[in-house]
Design a protein around this ligand. Structure first.
Ligand code: PEP
Ligand code: MN
Length: 651
């Protein structure tokens, strides 16, 4: 039975209810939700619900009609989201687990991990104890295989899942495994289920070869009632009279399970169909049917695989399939889970000093896109008052990767220019990388100069190099020299470097004056930008949760709204109600969902409100109202806070 407690129940009353249930030999499980707290009580002997209903603090009692209790939707209304070291299964993302059928060698699993991670898998599979139909077939590497699997997973930041066939293997597995898999052949091995459930770790429970959905949920009940809360159901095909495929993939199980249980549901198309070219279409079908994820066999050289080679995808096929999933997922209201990039250790400062991130005596390392003398480098110097070391990388994504990998604590990304408008690539990057947040903002004035090699004159110039924005921002000046050829480069600093390297007096670069001494160039003319009110706003990014601003006065949020009249109006009204300025509202197309938009908003405290901790609360409260509006009315659909931070008004 499910016991819904009164909102303001006293601790003593709750304790009394617990004792009463336990005295009646019921297993008690408390679930504290946002809306209400409930107690689930299951056991062998039934008690009259009326006896519980009269206890103080009880709002109502709902009997569970199904034979499975803890697995049932009646027991828990909200979907269970299993969190495996940051990888979530059962949320609004599609989670893809991939890897070979069996771990065959260290090299094979390392190569497999590399290939599946690069294509977008977020968890690694690989059997070390193989339940083979024939006793003469390869039985797996056992403990050695589990260790290789772990090593490969760690190398790519992928949690690992592997099958357990006997509780005897628990001591050899427990230190290495993130998710235990119960294979189809063991779905009704109740002694094994009890032992694995008691480990309290996440479990993937495969559907038995000829198990009904009810039998499958009863098996899940064994795991849940033995101690784990994290059971993931995996449909892997059932035995039917059809011989064209290895098994028959029962996709109708997905919507049926959705109404019967709160547990996440994934699909293994590989064991279902048994031939590789049928795997991608069934994977897409599974996602269309509402699966929370997939577990797919991929092998670097399937023709040499020791088991299930015929059904294992080539890495290139897997890559193509992941691209198709990326396009399909938004159609069913989902995004694809992404791998969080593992920190590769301590930060090597640009001076070559190796230190731990955030070490007290060393300046912060901040990555930026461009070469020495780039405007982003100026932004870093301004923001950190010369206290940071800047780390040049080749593009904006590299900036994010440098931060995620731990090569830099922070990154500086341009977000908009007062004349040229938004840098959309970075809006999209912020939406895409969930582990990144904005921790600061700085605006600098962009003053362009014309740089040449020593000895060159304005008359010797025939071509001018710069970033397209640099050329566009100086169009007035350039119109005086109509014969000059305009050549685009990746960055203004890149243009300066190129001109310096060519030692050619016919070339000039439009770049920052600060680039001149770095590349030994002369400034022929400075302040050549058409509009002197030329500013670029940069955001400072860091890995989420690593840098916290104690007195934030700004926030950046991304959200989507329901397609109904007034939805955006209602969402924005929250800022007004909380006395916040909306300083920027930008819409961006949602990848894969043509004509649907994501809103990017910046809010700040109005002028005159000092950025005290209390004022920061005003922002926090608006954001939490936004989140609850998401839950209550669904007007705001996805809210992500990109950052709560302090803006330094330096120009
Ligand atoms: C496996 O995933 O390697 C496996 C043996 O699967 P199943 O138990 O579904 O046959
Ligand atoms: Mn297999």
């Amino acid at each position: 039975m499910v016991i819904v407690l009164e909102k303001n129940i006293r601790d003593e009353d709750k304790q009394r209810i617990r004792v009463f249930l336990e005295k009646n030999s019921l297993r008690v499980n408390e679930i504290a939700g946002d809306e209400e707290t409930i107690i689930g009580a299951v056991g062998k002997v039934g008690i009259d619900p009326r006896e519980v209903e009269i206890l103080p603090g009880v709002q109502r009692v709902i009997p569970i009609s199904k034979p499975y209790k803890m697995a049932s939707r009646e027991f828990k209304r909200d979907n269970t989201v299993v969190n495996v070291r940051g990888v979530k299964i059962g949320g609004n993302r599609v989670t893809v687990i991939a890897g070979p059928c069996a771990v065959e060698s260290r090299e094979q699993i390392m190569e497999s991990a590399a290939r599946v991670a690069e294509s977008g898998a977020v968890m690694l599979r690989g059997g070390a104890y193989k339940p083979r139909t024939s006793p003469y077939a390869f039985q797996g590497l056992g403990e050695e295989g589990v260790k290789y699997l772990r090593e490969a997973g760690d190398a790519w930041g992928l949690p690992v899942v592997t099958e357990i066939v006997s509780s005897d293997a628990i001591p050899a597995m427990r230190d290495y495994v993130d998710v235990y898999q119960i294979g189809a052949r063991n779905m009704q091995n109740f002694e094994l289920l009890k032992k694995v459930g008691a480990l309290g770790k996440p479990v993937i429970l495969k559907r038995g070869l000829s198990a009904t959905i009810e039998e499958w949920l009863m098996a899940a009940e064994y795991l849940l009632s033995s101690g784990t809360e994290d059971v993931i159901l995996c449909e892997r095909g059932i035995r039917t009279y059809e011989k064209a495929t290895r098994n028959t993939l029962d996709l109708s199980a997905i919507p049926i399970l959705r109404s019967l249980t709160h547990l996440p549901i994934i699909v293994d198309p590989s064991h279902a169909v048994g031939v590789r070219d049928k795997v991608p279409p069934m994977s897409l079908a599974a996602i269309a049917a509402g699966a929370d994820g997939l577990i797919v066999e991929v092998h670097p050289t399937p023709n040499k695989a020791l088991s299930d080679g015929v059904q294992s995808l080539y890495p290139d096929q897997f890559e193509k399939m992941m691209r198709d999933i990326e396009v399909l997922a938004p159609v069913v209201g989902r995004a694809v889970s992404r791998r969080s990039i593992p920190r590769t250790g301590s930060i090597t400062g640009v001076t070559g000093v190796v230190r731990k991130a955030g070490g007290p005596d060393q300046p912060i390392v901040c990555a930026y896109s461009g070469g020495r003398g780039a405007y982003a480098e100026q932004a870093i110097r301004r923001y950190y008052d010369e206290e940071a070391e800047s780390l040049p990388v080749t593009n904006f994504r590299e900036v994010i990767h440098a931060v995620l990998e731990g090569k830099a604590e922070c990154g500086m990304l341009p977000i908009e220019n007062s004349l040229a408008g938004s840098v959309y690539e970075n809006y999209d990057n912020l939406a895409r990388y969930e582990d990144i947040e904005i921790v600061g903002e700085v605006t600098i004035r962009i003053e362009h100069s014309l740089l040449v090699v020593p000895g060159a004159t304005i008359d010797s110039i025939t071509s001018v190099y710069s970033h397209p924005q640099g050329l566009a921002q100086c169009d007035d000046f350039l119109s005086h020299y109509p014969a000059w050829k305009h050549i685009e480069t990746d960055s203004t600093s890149g243009a300066a470097e190129f001109v310096a390297a060519g030692k050619d007096p016919s070339r000039a670069a439009i770049a920052s004056e600060t680039a001149a001494p770095i590349y030994h160039l002369d400034v022929i003319k400075s302040g050549i930008e058409t509009n002197p009110r030329n500013y670029t706003r940069f955001v400072v990014i860091a890995r989420s949760g690593e840098i916290v601003s104690d007195a934030p006065n700004h926030a950046s949020i991304i959200f989507t709204v329901a397609n109904r009249p007034g939805a955006l109006h209602d969402a924005l009204g929250l800022f007004m109600k909380n006395g916040l300025n909306l300083t920027k509202l930008e819409s961006r197309p949602i990848q894969g969902e043509p004509w649907k938009y994501l809103f990017y908003a910046n809010v700040s405290l109005p002028e005159g409100v000092s950025s005290s901790v209390v004022s920061g609360e005003r922002i926090r409260s608006a954001l939490s109202q936004m989140k609850s509006m998401n839950q209550d009315s669904g007007i705001i659909q996805d809210v992500r806070i990109l950052g709560l931070y302090t803006v330094k008004e330096i120009i």
